[in-house]
Ligand binder design. Structure first.
Ligand SMILES: Cc1cc2nc3c(=O)[nH]c(=O)nc-3n(C[C@H](O)[C@H](O)[C@H](O)COP(=O)(O)OP(=O)(O)OC[C@H]3O[C@@H](n4cnc5c(N)ncnc54)[C@H](O)[C@@H]3O)c2cc1C
Length: 291
């Protein structure tokens, strides 16, 4: 038995906002793959639940004619992978989503839950960062939108008020069209494992020069992190093995990996450099570049 004191099932986004406002301190539950684990562990703060699992309004994916993508927070990873693969969209996000847990977890786990739990290792985080995704939040007070990058507040923490829920993630056409992207998760096992380091890159080229490069890591800092300084430094540079090697040698300047039982800081630094080379090279090739 789970120690649940109050359970409320929302019938719409508006109803969910009302339930959150009426029941301060309540936690949202979507796929439950994190929440139910916490409950089983006896963690406090999960005694009152507002259930948004499967809400129709949260499980939509829209791809408008101008190329804007809007992904509902309640979309499961299985559905997300199928939709994106079918339309040949956001390869890095397909790769991130495909690396989560196993099929049973991906059938239940949602994109919203993966970002809102604030884990520095969340496998959808780096792909969303390199596609400049924005989060839409709603409460009985109204709606607001923030870049995913600014949504992270610290390990296990995001900037969300008690009465808010995330409704969707939006990706603009210029952030994913004519772009090569790739994600790689380094973990101790091929499946059902938390990332030791995750890395995503999205790249646009013009005449085999870098028009834009977006690079993001998970588990390389207290929150999933873009390498903003490096991204600026490489604009306009011709694509070459030498450039990739330079990027790999600079990448640690903006990151702060830590020691943990899973991996040492030194080992993480080695993986970060290795993935810079591997992931950026693949993104460049997918963008039509020649190395
Ligand atoms: C066996 C197993 C393997 C796993 N493997 C991986 C893995 O490889 N990679 C990985 O990244 N994760 C992994 N996870 C973690 C988990 O599956 C993901 O984080 C998942 O995406 C969480 O989604 P959910 O819908 O189940 O979230 P829930 O458990 O329902 O919620 C998670 C958190 O987000 C909040 N929340 C949920 N939806 C919203 C919303 N719309 N608005 C605001 N807050 C919200 C909840 O209140 C809660 O704090 C694994 C979990 C298990 C049990």
């Amino acid at each position: 038995m789970f120690p649940i004191d109050h359970y409320h099932r929302a019938s719409s986004i508006e109803h969910a906002c009302h339930l959150l406002a009426e029941n301060p301190g309540s936690k949202l539950i979507a796929g439950g793959t994190d929440v139910l684990i916490r409950l089983r562990e006896g963690k406090s703060g999960f005694g009152s639940l507002v259930d948004i699992h499967g809400l129709d309004e949260l499980t939509r994916i829209t791809h408008t004619p101008d190329g804007t993508l809007q992904i509902g927070s309640g979309v499961t990873f299985t559905r997300l992978i199928n939709f994106l693969k079918n339309d040949g969209l956001l390869p890095a996000l397909v790769e991130g989503a495909s690396s989560i847990g196993g099929p049973q977890v991906r059938n239940m786990a949602t994109l919203g839950g993966n970002i809102c739990n604030g884990a520095p290792s969340g496998d959808s985080a780096a792909p969303l960062l390199v596609f400049d995704a924005r989060v839409t939040l709603q409460s009985h007070r109204g709606t607001r939108e923030v870049p995913v990058e600014e949504f992270y507040a610290g390990p296990g923490k995001v900037h969300i008020e008690d009465d808010e829920l995330v409704t969707c993630f939006t990706i603009n056409p210029e952030s994913h069209q004519h772009t090569g992207s790739h994600f790689y998760k380094y973990a101790m096992r091929k499946a059902m494992d938390i990332a030791t380091i995750g890395c995503a890159a999205a790249c646009k080229l013009a005449d085999n020069r870098i028009d834009s490069l977006r690079l993001a890591y998970t588990v390389a800092a207290p929150v999933p992190k873009r390498c903003r300084v490096l991204e600026q430094q490489v604009i306009g540079q011709p694509v070459s093995g030498k450039l990739i090697a330079e990027i790999a040698s600079m990448v640690l300047e903006e990151l702060s990996p830590r020691n943990s039982w899973r991996a040492s800081k030194d080992f993480r630094e080695h993986i970060i450099r290795t993935l810079a080379d591997r992931v950026i090279s693949e993104a460049i090739v997918r963008a039509g570049g020649q190395l």
